[in-house]
Design a protein around this ligand. Structure first.
Ligand code: HEC
Ligand code: HEC
Length: 325
């Protein structure tokens, strides 16, 4: 009597295995199909491989003909050679100097933002509007460009309907084509050193004279926006710029400088260099109080007050670098 029962139980068990298997396979199919549909409905990301977005900016040779293409190429020219273009087209020399300093967006976003290792801007149009803690609000791509115009470029903001601003946006949209809105792009915002060692400013000066002056000149005034941009002085960024922070400057230097030898300096050397460069005089940002309205104000922005403290030897680097309260 026991034999048929165990046979029946065994049979039921087998059947349930088959049913589970079939159902499982079906569910799997449906999931695959849903995923396929999802990726079909978004535009196919340039170079997306198995869910990972690859750094793969389009070529300028493929810019379409017509007004849109013209705007993209104008935008590229503006981003790549900002100072030259805006100053040469200004109504007067003085207007040109007020509009923009001697730098170019490419001075920090090399290759007009298409160089993978130097604060690239590929895909950036797909990540805005975004909340920026420095502004304490959600900003558009236009507003973020103007953020760099008034700080990094120590210039004037472009009006909302300005054709050059539209052209820069057209260019950023072109190098963001196919990147899904809101995508996490692993190459953005990579130049921040997490733990900056306490710098030795004198050692930074010595290293600067050895390794940097061929391109950036002995007095830091530079040899050109695209050959060695101004690191301090009137032609450089103001002290409200991201690059005026120890963490961002040290991270940038370690990743990218000396040009062509990124990654060759230690964190200590990069910190020494950043401290030396950021303790030199530069234009002042007019509205430090208006930044970080919702908190989170970093302590490592090298303002005039901190530059003076370096000069008179009273600076407390551990506090500036957040090693202690
Ligand atoms: C002195 C260096 C410097 C110059 C010159 C400069 N930028 Fe920037 N830019 C930065 C830094 C630093 C950041 C912040 C990156 C970060 O958050 O780590 C930034 C961020 C940006 C962002 C936002 C990137 C993101 O991932 O959200 C845009 C857009 C941008 N810059 C556009 C421009 C444009 C356009 C110009 C020229 C008009 C320009 N920048 C000139 C240093 C510079
Ligand atoms: C061979 C020339 C060359 C050398 C040497 C060099 N740089 Fe640069 N540097 C550049 C160029 C060109 C840029 C513009 C961005 C780019 O093209 O990568 C730049 C950009 C920078 C920037 C950002 C732009 C700005 O105005 O703040 C910093 C900071 C910087 N360099 C620091 C240094 C330091 C520190 C050294 C020495 C360790 C150094 N560089 C050595 C060519 C050079």
């Amino acid at each position: 009597m026991t034999r048929p029962i165990s046979w029946v139980i065994g049979f039921l068990f087998l059947i349930s295995l088959v049913v589970i298997g079939v159902l499982g396979a079906r569910l799997g199919d449906e999931k695959d199909r849903a995923e396929q549909n999802a990726s079909k409905s978004a535009t196919q990301p340039a170079g997306e491989v198995a869910g990972q977005i690859k750094f793969n900016p389009p070529s300028l040779d493929d810019v379409p003909e017509g007004p849109k293409g013209e705007a993209i190429l104008r935008g590229h020219e503006l981003v790549n050679d900002t100072s030259k273009v805006l100053r040469s087209e200004a109504a007067s020399v003085e207007d040109g100097m007020n509009a923009v300093n001697e730098l170019s967006c490419s001075s920090c976003h090399a290759g007009a933002g298409m160089d993978e290792n130097s604060s690239p801007l590929v895909g950036v149009a797909a990540t805005y509007p975004a909340y920026i803690s420095r502004s304490g609000e959600v900003v558009t791509i236009e507003e973020r460009i103007n953020g760099c115009m008034v700080r990094s470029m120590n210039g004037e903001p472009l009006e909302e309907d300005n054709e050059d601003l539209d052209a820069m946006v057209a260019y950023f949209q072109y190098i963001s084509e196919g990147i899904p809105v809101g995508a996490e792009l692993p190459w953005l915002k990579q130049n921040e050193m997490k733990e900056v060692p306490v710098p030795d400013v004198a050692a930074g000066e010595e290293l600067f004279q050895q390794s940097c002056i061929a391109c950036h000149a002995q007095d830091g005034s530079g040899t050109g926006a695209l050959t060695g941009p101004a690191l301090w002085g009137e032609g450089s960024f103001n002290d409200g710029a991201g690059m005026a922070r120890m963490s961002k400057m040290a991270g940038y230097i370690q990743n990218n400088m000396p040009k062509g030898q990124g990654g060759s300096l230690t964190e200590q050397e990069a910190s020494n260099l950043a401290a030396f460069i950021l303790s030199q005089d530069r234009p002042e940002w007019g509205d430090h109080a208006g930044d970080w309205k919702n908190g989170g104000r970093p302590k490592d922005s090298m303002t005039k007050e901190l530059r003076d403290q370096v000069k008179d030897g009273t600076i407390d680097w551990e506090k500036v670098l957040g090693h202690k309260e």
